[in-house]
Every structure is written in C-alpha cells, then in structure tokens.
Design a protein around this ligand. Structure first.
Ligand code: NAD
Length: 363
C-alpha cells in the first residue's frame, strides 16, 4: 500500500529546528516542503541546503501555516511564540508538533485548551525524553508491577553552561517575557513530564527558585541585561497514588554534560536511568523467600524502539499511542510549572487536582 507523503513545514531553524530536520530525513513518508524563521539569513541557508524554491521560504509563520502545500507543521521557535503558532495551526486545522514548554503562562495555556476542545486534531508537544529506550522500558516496568507499589520518584537535570566561568551571554532564555520561566521551563519541564509519564498527575507541589547570576552581557552590544528568571529550581511533590517526588535542576553544575537522571523506588525494587546512557536501565530487585538482592544493568536495543517523529507520523495516520505527549500533556505540564512558580513566590505549597487528592485521602 502506498503511504501518503506528508509535506512538513518547519518553523524555527535554530538548534532544535535543525535537529528535527535531521531526524525527519530518516522517516520514509515525510519531506520538508517549506521552512520559516524570522531570521532571513537562516532561511536562505537552510533553503539552499534543502534546495527549496523561493516560494517555500517564509519569514512569517502565518504564511507557512496557511500554505495549502504544507500538510503538517513542526515548530521549534523560542517559547514566546509557542501559543500563537499553536493557536494559528489549530484554527487552520493543521496538525502540529510544537516544542516544550507548552506556553509561557497559564493564560496562554487555558486559551489553547479551550480552542483545542472545540477543534481536536493531532497536536504533539516535544517532551522528547519519553522516546528514549530507557524511558519506554521503565514505563512498562512500572505498569507491569515489577517494582511493586511506587513510593518515591527522584530526578535531577543538570548542565554546566550557565556557570559564571563560561560568561554566557544574555539570550531570550533569560527573559521572563520571552521564556515564561528560566531553568524550570527550559529543562525542569522535562522532569515534570517524566514524573507524569511514569507515575501520574501531580497533586501537591512546593517549589524553591533562585537566580544565581542576575545580569548577563548582551551578545550584540556587550551591555549588561537584567535576568528576571530562575537559574535554580527545586520542588517537592505528592503525585497520584501518594507517590512522593523530589526534583532539582540548574545549569551551574560544573562537570555535568546533559545529566538528566531519574530513580523510581518501589516496594519490590529500584530502577535508575540516565539520559546520557539512553539504552541502559539499572534495576535492583529484592525477591524470593530469602529476599535475595539482584542487581542488573539491562542493555536495550534502540532499534526496537520507535523514534519520536515516527510516533508523530503514526499519530497523524492512526491516532495517538499511549506514549504521545499530547496538547493536554502540555497543558497539565504548564499547570505544574505555574504551581511551582506560585509556591516559590510565597513559600506556600500548592494543590492541584483536588479530585485525586480526595481519592488518595491527601486533603
Ligand atoms: N525537546 C527538547 O529536548 C528541546 C531541546 C532544545 C530546545 N527545545 C525547545 O525548542 C525551542 C527552541 O529552542 P532552540 O534552542 O532551538 O532555540 P534557538 O534560539 O536556537 O532557535 C529558535 C529559532 O526560532 C526562530 N524564531 C523565533 N521567533 C520566531 C517566529 N516568530 N517565527 C519564526 N521563527 C522564529 C529564531 O530566529 C531561531 O532561529 C524552545 O522552546 C526550547 O525549549 C526543546
């Protein structure tokens, strides 16, 4: 059977846009049909590389969304345009993969959720770590009860690039109006997604945030610009089922690369994964009459796991899988980010999903 070839429009040709274009080239029935970036030079460079005609090189995202020869959109722009682009795509009925974090604010998230409720269609949010083999494997391990009842999830996500010695310049990621929040939106949102993926909804959170470096040099002028977002965020939480959660993230961790580690502690065992070794799972189980301890490092074959953008195409063709991070996953993620921010401001914990709280006897 001949499969339809999906004509993709790529919006945002920065770091992640490039990454997605590379991965798309490995998927059989998708081709990049048009590109868009506000940076005209980036459009020309990518357009030449892809040999796209002039009419398929856009600098206005409304125009690429409206192009009848674009069936599907992949958007990797800075956070401040996620909501506008999602809104325009939903209004046009055009399926979209949009990067995380979902939006900058809850106001934007609420508006999108309401619009989506009356115009449902495939919308995937870029919580990419779900697609690492170790994440997929652990999801199954939790579901089939191998670890017993889960009591605690602990995660940290650390990088080093914002440490003072690197004198990192001011970019949109350090401006609340553009990014929503700092490290929380940037990489903390991945920890929130991991917890929701493995365990379920957050029911209570208590957050702590700090800005380590409050001025950074503008890349063009060298003038110091004020940073108004968090460099450090930690949060404690209670999740569905009474599972306790402990999380911290920052980019001032000298000696770390992309250290996103997750540990789940259950009544029968413990599992540890680290995205820097995406095909490994460290499993400790205590079983049998003697309560003997077995420690295993499983090596997964990544070829047997579906890549993220393949799952997006399957979502377009066959509907969503249990793995797909949908628009509602984006919305719920944003709710948790907002609760952490609110809690960090006044030192009071926040309650979400009171229905789940009541069920678990937590309130
Ligand atoms: N899922 C992941 O693991 C992952 C990894 C990296 C980045 N991201 C997300 O991807 C997004 C982009 O991050 P990045 O590191 O590539 O940033 P970046 O600054 O390198 O690239 C953003 C690009 O978007 C373009 N752009 C900005 N506004 C635009 C608009 N209105 N219309 C068209 N183009 C526009 C910019 O010119 C730039 O080329 C962010 O939301 C980030 O959180 C996700």
């Amino acid at each position: 059977m001949n499969r339809k070839t999906w004509r993709a429009g790529i919006i945002g040709l920065g770091g992640i846009g490039d990454y997605h274009m590379n991965h798309l080239s490995k998927i059989e029935n998708v081709k990049v049909a048009a590109i868009c970036d506000v940076d005209a030079k980036a459009v020309e460079k990518a357009g030449d590389r892809l040999q796209l005609p002039a009419g398929k090189r856009y600098t206005d995202f409304h125009a690429i969304i409206a192009d009848p020869e674009v069936d599907v959109l992949i958007s990797g722009v800075s956070n401040q345009f996620h909501a506008e682009i999602l809104k325009a795509a939903i209004a046009c009925g055009k399926p979209i993969f949009s990067e995380k974090p979902f939006t900058r604010t809850m106001e934007e998230a609420e508006e999108l959720a309401a619009l989506y409720a009356s115009n449902p269609m495939p919308c995937m949010i870029g919580f990419s770590y779900r697609y690492r083999p170790c994440f997929q494997y652990v999801k199954q391990l939790v579901a089939d009860g191998t670890l017993g009842r889960i009591r605690h999830i602990a995660a940290h996500y650390l990088q080093e690039e914002n440490a003072p010695m690197f004198n990192k310049p001011y970019t949109w990621r350090f401006r609340q109006a553009a990014a929503g929040s700092g490290i929380l939106a940037d990489i903390g949102s991945h920890m929130v997604d991991a917890a929701r993926f493995f365990v379920g909804e957050f029911v209570q959170v208590s957050g702590l945030m700090s800005t380590f470096i409050d001025r950074r040099p503008d890349v063009r002028t060298g003038e110091l610009q004020e940073v108004d977002v968090d460099d450090f965020t930690s949060f404690q939480s209670v999740l569905e089922g009474g599972v306790m959660g402990s999380f911290y993230t920052h980019k001032n961790a000298i000696g770390t690369g992309n250290q996103f580690n997750v540990t789940l502690f259950g009544d029968l065992g413990t599992v540890r994964i680290a995205v820097e070794r995406p095909n490994e799972v460290h499993l400790t189980l205590r079983a049998g009459a003697s309560h003997q301890l077995t420690e295993t490092c499983l090596h997964l074959d990544e070829k047997t796991f579906k890549p993220m953008l393949q799952d997006f195409v399957d979502y377009l063709e066959q509907g969503g899988s249990a793995t797909v991070p949908t628009l509602m996953d984006g919305y719920r993620n944003q709710q948790v980010l907002q609760a952490i921010i609110d809690s960090a401001k006044d030192g009071m914990s926040r309650t979400l999903h009171t229905d789940l709280n009541q069920k678990e006897g937590l309130v």
